[in-house]
Design a protein around this ligand. Sequence first.
Ligand code: GRF
Length: 208
Amino acid sequence: MKVGVLASGEGSNLQAILDTVHGREGVEVVAVGSDKPEARALERARGAGVAARAFARAEFEDRRARDLAMAGWLGAAGVELVVLAGYMQLLDPGFLARFPQRVINVHPALLPAFPGLEAVEQALAYGVKLFGVTVHFVDEGVDSGPIISQRAVELPDATDPRAVRDALRPIEHALLPEAVRLIAAGAVAFDPEHPRRVRVGPLYGGAG
Ligand code: GRF
């Protein structure tokens, strides 16, 4: 399966994918895109010999034009699955239509709680004891697509967002590559009886 990754920043989740599933079990990361030319993620891609390109908003008429150009570039590279690994922009519906049920995202909270930006800060402000990570399909809402996997961690005395992120990072680096591997293996499928339920397990013959 040819995978395209979008990232806006550091790219540690991209690195986890490159280190653990890229070039294995039929998974190949063929393109990495970013909305930020200075994103460290682009350097990581180039370092791994993967095509990398920035799509800065200012270079396009509007967000839709940028997102359609990105979709075209990924499509031309043969991308079959798009992974949002710290990509901090909402995708235009035209982009999602180009990759139906083939865009996934990692979020540092137990959705549906605390969608959107600053999820960890939201959770801390609420005073939760249980934090976690969600990997989900992307739809036109904000972190609202069907859930593929989640893992929780109890941090009853957490007060510092950095410490929470440090606790969540190894979980992200496990769950996101695992989701890619399972989708490529055809082990992820939407439940025909329940459109929001995602079944993960023995070969289902692929999602969607
Ligand atoms: C991660 O915490 C991810 O959950 C969130 O953005 C962060 C990106 O981190 N959406 P990195 O750039 O992969 O290190």
